[in-house]
Design a protein around this ligand. Structure first.
Ligand SMILES: [Zn+2]
Length: 337
């Protein structure tokens, strides 16, 4: 679907990812999560294909109001205080699950079952970040990933979110609205799960995250990927364009160039898109906001909008696109060059 609009008068444009100064064109995208009747201009980089918001609203905080989905809480038992012994045992069990043989952890797996962790273990396998690792999560929202890591025995966890509602400190977990300066060169794994695309200057963001890495540590960045199948199919109805919250949507090439410019080497890319790219985008084609209180399938109010068969087909297609490196989001792993 072509959504290109004629380019406006040339201003000082610079691609936030590759640094190029040539636009392939501009796109007009509506706010569609809440259904606010307002549109935003995005530039497409002629060099790397990255999409970039040109006219951010002054009141960006308004676009993260309830029921913004990053604020989902964990179940109460995940937040519970654990005894030192329980944390140690859970850590051993998780380490064994990650393939670092731990005899006591192996017994715990048999006795108590596998660790409850509703996220991919590959993030921690590829980064080699076991329960003793110091982990920083940039733009952590309500810190679901960190809270589940803590529940599984991780002991050195730090989360940051500029829209953090309350500062929290649990044993082993610190959540702050600022990045603590004492973490410079202290982290084994720095993660940004769908947060970098919310920045107007992601290159500066990557440089800031790089400063937290120990030698040999991993930077893990998950972002929507511009120029992927879903963008080509749906254009500005692509659900992960998400104007105006997503200010810069890098292409794979844009990510590569941005990491290189920051002095980092890309070591691995895993595409991890889901049926959501189709469910959400098809819902937008029907002009139904994500949070529509009656008609939204995604928000759970209209379960008959898409059939089970249709959703299964989309899930299969998403898997195929991931294998082809054409899903609408990916996990990028990088190290210091
Ligand atoms: Zn570019």
């Amino acid at each position: 679907m072509s959504t290109a609009i004629p380019s406006s008068a040339p201003a000082t444009y610079r691609c936030a990812c590759c640094g190029g100064d040539r636009k392939a064109g501009e796109h007009l995208a509506r706010e569609r999560m809440y259904g606010d009747d307002i549109s935003f201009r995005y530039a497409e980089c002629a060099d790397c294909g990255t999409l970039q918001l040109l006219d951010p609203p002054a009141d960006m905080g308004w676009y993260y109001r309830e029921p913004y989905i990053s604020w989902q809480e964990v179940p109460a038992y995940v937040d519970q205080r654990l005894s030192a012994f329980s944390r140690l045992l859970r850590g051993w069990r998780f380490a064994d699950r990650l393939g670092r043989f731990n005899p006591v952890g192996r017994i715990a797996r048999h006795a108590f079952g596998e660790p409850e962790f509703p996220f991919p273990l590959t993030w921690f396998e590829h980064s080699k970040a076991g329960p003793g690792a110091r982990i920083f999560d940039f733009g952590c929202g309500s810190a679901r990933v960190l809270k589940y890591l803590r529940y599984n025995g991780y002991r050195h966890l730090h989360g940051h979110d500029r829209y953090m509602r309350k500062q929290t400190s649990l044993p082993g977990l610190e959540l702050t609205a600022e990045i603590p300066s004492r973490l410079a060169a202290q982290c084994d794994l720095v993660m940004a799960h769908h947060s970098l695309e919310h920045l107007d200057r992601p290159f500066e963001g990557v440089q800031e995250l790089k400063r937290l890495l120990k030698p040999g540590a991993t930077l893990l960045i998950r972002v929507p990927v511009a120029q992927s199948h879903a963008w080509r199919q749906y254009g500005t109805s692509w659900v992960q364009l998400d104007a105006p919250r997503h200010q810069v949507l890098p292409s794979e090439q844009g990510m590569r160039r941005m990491l290189e410019r920051a002095g980092l080497s890309l070591t691995r890319v895993d595409y991890d898109s889901s049926a959501f790219q189709f469910v959400g985008s098809e819902q937008y084609l029907l002009d139904i906001p994500l949070f529509d209180p009656q008609r939204s399938f995604v928000a759970g109010h209209n379960p008959d909008l898409f059939s089970a068969k249709q959703r299964a087909d989309w899930a299969q297609l998403a898997q195929r696109l991931n294998e082809q490196g054409d899903g609408d989001q990916a996990c990028f792993y990088a190290r210091l060059s």
